[in-house]
Design a protein around this ligand. Structure first.
Ligand SMILES: [Zn+2]
Ligand SMILES: [Zn+2]
Length: 247
């Protein structure tokens, strides 16, 4: 058992709102400098850069979990985490089937680049990724679970695209595996009490869209190995596993 330094919400050059510097060598070099052990790649409604980051991560000795940030029908962001590339690509297939087929307007939304493990631009995703799917919250959580993944409610303390922001509460019967708080806001004791009452131990993730958005260690997970099964135990504070955050 050891404490892993984790940042389970990082965007790449594929997300239209992310900067061009978010390519595997530059992101993972910064992650190494910061002393982070494991990141998750979570672009909006797509996982097309996960393979490149996993490959570079293996080369550099940094854990890269395959993931995605899905926008539900309710315009709520959910971080979906898996163990294998096959799982996340199967999930991408489902998400693409529920994403309105609209062409990206690069001038308004930004470019959506697929890169190789060295950060060379390979192709552009033509369909717009930054929009809501027609999958409900329940469908996203159940779909991710069906494939063996974890579903975390993203930046729930932010006003936009979040459970608290959009609904005002965490539905009792929604079987999410955990919640994430943003590093950009002060902690609110009333909100923290709600989490304690529900038994949630929150993650803090950078949600970085550019290199300077990656922060020094702020979230740690005590586990034997870093995979979704162990993370589930840590989020439930089970079997000696736990999540620790700096605030
Ligand atoms: Zn988000
Ligand atoms: Zn995000």
């Amino acid at each position: 058992m050891r404490e892993w330094v984790i940042d389970l919400h990082v965007h790449t050059i594929l997300s239209p709102c992310a900067s061009d510097e978010m390519v595997p060598p530059r992101v993972l070099h910064r992650i190494k400098q910061l002393g982070i052990d494991v990141i998750a790649i979570t672009d909006h409604n797509s996982a097309e850069n996960v393979a490149a980051f996993m490959a570079k991560g293996r080369e550099m000795g940094i854990g890269v979990l395959p993931g995605m940030e899905v926008q539900t029908r309710e315009d709520i962001h959910m971080v979906c985490l898996f163990d294998t590339l096959e799982q996340v690509l199967a999930w991408q297939n489902i998400v693409y089937g529920h994403l309105p087929d609209r062409k990206n307007k690069k001038d308004s939304f930004g470019e959506q680049w697929v890169v190789d493990s060295e950060g060379n631009k390979v192709s552009e995703v033509e369909r717009l990724l930054l929009m809501g799917t027609d999958l409900t919250l329940e469908e996203v959580v159940n779909g991710v679970h069906h494939l063996g993944g974890l579903c975390i409610a993203a930046h729930i303390d932010r006003k936009a695209f979040s459970l608290w922001g959009n609904l005002g509460f965490i539905p009792e019967d929604l079987p999410i595996d955990g919640v994430e708080l943003t590093p950009h806001l002060p902690r609110n004791q009333t909100q923290l009490n709600q989490l304690i009452k529900r038994g949630f131990y929150y993650l803090i993730s950078s949600d970085a869209h550019w290199l300077d958005g990656l922060f020094p260690p702020q979230c740690f997970a005590a586990m034997d190995s870093c995979n979704t099964k162990a993370l589930r135990s840590a989020l439930l504070k089970k079997d000696g596993c736990y999540i620790r955050t700096i605030r």
